[in-house]
Design a protein around this ligand. Structure first.
Ligand SMILES: C[S@@+](CC[C@H](N)C(=O)[O-])C[C@H]1O[C@@H](n2cnc3c(N)ncnc32)[C@H](O)[C@@H]1O
Length: 238
């Protein structure tokens, strides 16, 4: 990454500005963190280690692997996993309480096509091979509306470069935001990126594909803050 606000010279790990922990977990959630998470968590390869073939992470063959960045409560990951049992879904989220919530959706269900990267996705992306991801979701990313925090916004040149590298030709990137500053910013960033082509930018929810369930954040959107939904397609490499 460039030497912007998120660069840390000591270990070159991007700096994460969000929350990692919220209120103490209830006993059941804590139990899932201790028992289920170790079975579903994936680790990012270190520098110099071979890249991680995401299709090998699942207990049975999957047709494609999709990635959700910042899954929050995990309801959208669980819904996609149910809708598409032959797709492997990696959800990435550093917030402990969000991870516990996703585990709650998975435990006791028959969903076996989800894996969790319980950290900042920017540490995982460099460890994935090129063109291995068939769809990416970035739903209601933290808006960081102040101009001086613009470098913290997830949709930006560096992260779009990293996503474009791992996305297969024709793969779809779905983004949503209810923040007017972020909506304008994301529109500019996505339209300016040479590897993506616009499929749809709309606030007309009924025109979205049926397989786009609302996230918890979307359902909590304040009146008067209409979300904008973005669909961009990874261009062909050749
Ligand atoms: C506003 S919440 C939205 C959660 C969920 N997508 C929804 O729509 O309900 C944004 C989430 O993105 C997560 N997040 C922020 N930066 C991230 C990153 N670099 N990698 C993975 N998750 C990230 C935050 O921890 C937070 O849970």
């Amino acid at each position: 990454m460039t030497k912007g606000e998120g660069f840390r010279p000591a270990d070159d790990k991007p700096r994460f500005f969000g929350r990692r922990r919220g209120k103490s977990l209830r006993r059941t959630a804590q139990g899932l963190m201790e028992t289920l998470l170790p079975r579903l968590a994936i680790t990012a390869p270190g520098q110099g280690e071979p890249s991680l073939d995401p299709k090998t992470l699942f207990p049975r063959p999957v047709n494609q692997v999709w990635l959700e960045v910042g899954f929050g409560g995990g309801e959208h990951v669980a819904a996609q996993a149910r809708l598409y049992p032959d797709i492997g879904i990696i959800g990435s989220e550093p917030f402990n309480n969000g991870i516990a919530s996703l585990l709650g959706h998975l435990s006791g269900s028959d969903i076996d096509n989800v894996r969790i990267y319980p950290d900042d996705v920017r540490q995982l992306l460099p460890g994935l091979p090129e063109a291995c991801i068939g769809r990416v979701f970035v739903l209601f990313p933290d808006p960081w509306p102040k101009k001086r925090h613009a470098e913290r916004r997830f949709i930006g040149r560096d992260n779009l470069d990293a996503l474009a590298r791992v996305m297969a030709d024709g793969a779809e990137l779905r983004v949503a935001s209810d923040d007017p500053v972020y909506q304008e910013w994301a529109t500019e960033q996505l339209r300016a990126h040479a590897d993506f082509t616009e499929a749809q930018v709309t606030s007309d929810r009924p025109t979205l594909p049926e397989d786009w369930p609302a996230t918890r954040y979307e359902l909590k959107c304040l009146a008067g803050r209409d979300p904008v939904f973005f669909r961009f397609i990874r261009k062909n490499r050749s």
